[in-house]
Design a protein around this ligand. Sequence first.
Ligand code: SAH
Ligand code: MG
Length: 219
Amino acid sequence: MPILSDEVQRYLHGLRPQRSEVMREMEALAERDRIPIVHWETGRFLAVLARAVDPVMVLEVGTAIGYSTLHIAEALGRGRIVTIERDPERVEQARGFLEAAGVADKVEIVHGNALEAIGDMSGPFDFIFLDASKDEYRRYLELAEPKATERAVLVIDNVLMSGSVAFPDDAEVPDEFGGWWGLEQRRAARALNSELIDSERWLGSVLPIGDGVAFAVKR
Ligand code: SAH
Ligand code: MG
């Protein structure tokens, strides 16, 4: 939670607009069943990017119930989004919500393990959003990168892990800074963040939006 101070966080929450009925239902279900959907601010950021980039084909890794998918799909112009989810119950839930929201024709949900599914896809992708297993991020990226267009943008969620990535390995991370994130996950996020910032292939940034978002574009 406190990547930002409580005051700033409260202010940002107060800025959130009224959501559509479907989006409200998704948020309520996620809250009830503790499904880790993106913060609304991250969803809006994805939507703004989708509108700005006007991608032909978006790749999303980690659909859950389709909340981030919906933010992106609503903002798409000509484009489509392919989204991968391995949990069959989540695939069904996402399907229902995306149909109810009227964007099903822009979305293809692929049921499977992303580590296999990405390799089977042809792309090309001009917008990539990673939000599945945090310790697999690097492998998703390795699989997706050859299928990215020359001007592709990349967004990765949860790269600050409630602030816990800022703590040294041997520190006891307080609960309010995401003490529940495992050491391996924190290490993976830190490695990925510095790799993206130092990369010769990506021009990368790490932004304190939501739970921390890496945002990069091909160099
Ligand atoms: N992007 C969604 C939230 C995704 S939560 C949103 O913001 O609305 C992460 C999801 O990734 C979970 O539903 C989990 O089942 C899925 N997942 C994790 N590892 C995966 C893998 N290797 N292949 C496919 N899906 C995976
Ligand atoms: Mg996430």
